[in-house]
Ligand binder design. Sequence first.
Ligand code: AMP
Length: 619
Amino acid sequence: MKIPIDLKKGDVTENVPKEVIVGIDLGTTNSLIAYIENDVPVTVKSIEGKNKLTPSILHFTESGDIIVGNKAKDFMISHPERTIFSVKRLMGKSYADVSQLNTSIGYEIIDEENATLVKIKIGNKFYTPVELSSEILKSLKKDAEKHLNTIISKAVITVPAYFNDAQRQATRDAGKLAGLDVLRIVNEPTAASLAYGIGLDRTLQSNVAVYDLGGGTFDISILHIEDGIFEVLSTHGDTFLGGDDFDRAIINYWAEKLNISVDRLKKETNLNQELRLKAEEAKKVLSSKSEFTSEISGKTVSLTKDKFEDLISPFVEKTLKSCAQALHDSGLKGSEIDKIILVGGSTRIPLIKQKLETFFGLVPDDSLDPDEVVALGAAIQADILAGNRKDILLLDVTPLSLGIETVGGLMDTIIPRNSKVPQRAGRQYTTSVDGQKNLRITVFQGERDLVEHNRKLGEFILKDIPPMAAGFPKIEVHFILDADGILTVKAKELRSEKETSVEIKSTYGISEEEMALMLIESIKNAEVDMKKRALLEAVNEANNVILAAEKFLTQNQEILSKTEYDQVVLLNNALKSSVQSGNKDEIEMAMKVLNDYSSPLAHRALDVNIQKALKGVKM
Ligand code: AMP
């Protein structure tokens, strides 16, 4: 299905000029945008012009402006609390998932000790990783628009093969918020393979190992490609291993030589920064030379290629262990791998190429720039989706997202638009009221954040859930979409095995024009919708916190001093009135203040209750 849409006017038009669909590599350290020019993929230089890579870094000025890329990088040392990096690590994650990160970054991730998605506090405002990523995407989009002198409205965005559903959905939302119709989320190793032309000839099949070593992350994926389908057989890696570790190893080596103590390094940020820049320079020089000599604060420092290889060898060995694991999980033998593809700046290091050659018995292909290969492949995927490569058949996809209504009238997408058909996907939900017996499942189709703007396809009720406390039942909702577009929705309470299902014809009664209009509306309203969603989510979360605080007060009155009790009541009342205000940041702030105050009390109550239980006192 191809619908020409004029996104500026919002019209569905015929005969619009051939539009550019971009491919975007939204990376942890750097991001890059590419497009097809005369049938060849090319990357776009950032407006700053220095480099094709845009550092995935954002700086928020006191006056509320947002600076992205190289210019933001300069603020990492001077204003760490207002300079955000590594947002990709936070996408689709809850605080519990990322708590160990808080020690290694200068900005504040909100600790709510629960399973809700993380937020980042900058000044008095709270941002989601989706909003932050969308700022990076907006900047890339602007660069490409300036370069091509045209409006860009469609994109393919890449994600690591190991990204889960929530992380992929978050990436999709970030694209939408940046004003992009995200035609497809593509695995990075798939994009890299496409850039090398693998999979473009449907008569050939191959097994490919994609080794991706960047600044801060490492992963290896083994793909089987046959008949235009890229199947990820296995993936392994370390989300905290990369070129930064090599830089640190050099810094430590030099610090020892120059008699600089760890304490001094920590205190003197300028010296640390100087060493870091020199270490990275040395590392890059040693990719093509056998020795590096320079000066730091008037003293000579040097490093030979042999010593450098010694220093990084433990890290390289670790990546090879991952390769062995991935190969084992893929069920293939090393001799069955047809090609090794290199991704990420750190794969320029000769030692890594040598080690891979020994491990796989195959010379890695490094003919493309490892920094660009993912974006180039994404541009090729975009070109295929645009229908410009007639020889490649596209698999059938769902034209609109399918999902269910959750608390507050929010749409929770279960099968995103443009997913391959047939498709199965599921998610777990729970109840919001103690002793809840029935759960209504209402199925919607569409791209908007609130179900009221989407199309209702049907509903059913999961009955006779045994009485349990709110949040205790585990209700699994499963969507099964067959090749004819028939959707079967099943709901099952896992603790009691109660199950109900319904069959829905998902695309029945909706024309292509209507579909196109729904899509245009979703992009036009992305910002407003996302704000409403954020407010509703904050209200839902605040209501849960208010109930939990009230429960806590009744159950633990004797453990609390009068001042503590009164203070919790006061802060809880403040939270209640903030909910009335309808201001998201005010609610988040009231929630943070209450959480900060009550967390130590809750820990104390837990200790006391455990002591009581150990002594056999009935609680
Ligand atoms: P990426 O995250 O893919 O952009 O990778 C960036 C990492 O690659 C950084 O740690 C860089 O220092 C490293 N890098 C870039 N060029 C080279 C090179 N010529 N030799 C070694 N490492 C490099």
